[in-house]
Design a protein around this ligand. Structure first.
Ligand code: HEM
Length: 284
């Protein structure tokens, strides 16, 4: 069945929109390449852009379940598999570009992967994501049984950590995007853990927003302190400086806070429990 249809084979507009949306970053990279905007090193630039998009899309796939629950939007879950497979497609293109960048010399590619830790960890993530992509079909769910299938697919959290580490390690100067992405990952994991403990109130959500923003701020300060020797307290203080551009921790906080209106919307959309009839012939 085409990916833009529901289980009954009918056109599903949400799935169609996401299906088209998944092509856009790739088409944008191709267009820039065609226009010569990726010069002087188009392959390296395309490698970077596809890497960045694969991680963004991977995080989007992890955000589906929280968004579906918070916004009470059950249909969103139908798009999760497609988004995950989209992330895998970008990873595979990213890897193909790397091979092309190494002039197709597979021996050199293998030795680089073996010798450079950030590539080794990227390769492990690629193998893991490929395994999850292959086993994402209904046939594999039936073959493995839902318990084993779920256990296998929970490795996605570790694989995402590997991708984040790969992204951090390859960063040269600016780690703003990896810090935001790591903060969003903490937010998504924190949400799952609160959910498991049945903590869903506004106080829990506010605590989660603060904790994920604080996590991002500490990670950023720790990273710069470790890599460049900049005083961590100065990096932390920059988060409170109103003259500075918005820091990664503030972005994470904003993303977390955006869950509040979504939650309110979700409460409106959720079916209301039926009110008990008072009076009427039976009550008499
Ligand atoms: C065998 C597997 C992989 C190889 C060989 C590889 C290779 C590379 C290389 C060479 C770079 C640029 C480094 C530089 O310029 O110094 C890069 C960047 C990146 N890669 Fe990978 N990668 C692999 C897997 C992955 C995976 C699985 C992901 C995550 C989904 C990923 C996400 C990224 C990201 C986010 C960047 C940074 C892009 C940017 O913001 O500029 N890579 N990768």
């Amino acid at each position: 069945m085409p990916p833009w249809t529901d289980r009954k084979g009918r056109l599903a507009p949400l799935k169609l929109a996401i299906f088209i949306g998944l092509f856009l970053p790739g088409l944008w990279v191709a267009w820039q390449w065609w226009q010569g905007d990726l010069a002087p090193k188009p392959v390296t630039e395309a490698l970077h852009q596809t890497g960045a998009w694969s991680l963004r899309i991977l995080l989007a796939s992890l955000a589906v379940t929280p968004l579906r629950t918070v916004a009470h939007w059950p249909r969103l879950v139908d798009t999760r598999r497609m988004i995950g497979v989209g992330a895998l497609a970008y990873v595979l293109i990213h890897f193909a570009l790397y091979i092309y960048d190494q002039s197709g010399d597979l021996v050199r590619v293998a030795s680089e992967i073996a010798l450079r830790f950030y590539l080794t960890i990227g390769f492990v993530a690629l193998v893991g994501l490929t395994a999850l992509g292959i086993t994402s079909t209904d046939g594999w769910v039936a073959r493995l049984g839902s318990l084993r299938w779920n256990k296998l697919h929970r490795t996605i959290y570790w694989l995402t950590i590997f991708c984040l580490v790969h992204s951090f390690l390859q960063s040269k100067v600016d780690v703003s995007e990896p810090v935001i992405q790591a903060g969003v990952f903490v937010l998504l994991m924190g949400w799952r853990s609160l959910q498991a403990r049945n903590l869903r109130g506004p106080l829990a959500m506010a605590g989660l927003a603060c904790a994920s923003a604080l996590g991002a701020a500490l990670l950023e300060a720790g990273w710069y302190a470790g890599k460049t020797g900049v005083d961590a307290s100065r990096v932390l203080a920059a988060n409170l400086d109103p003259d500075m551009a918005m820091r990664p921790a503030s972005w994470v906080f904003l993303i977390a806070v955006a869950l509040v209106p979504l939650r309110l919307l979700g409460q409106k959309r959720a079916p209301q429990p039926r009110a008990r009839k008072v009076g009427g012939p039976r009550a008499a």
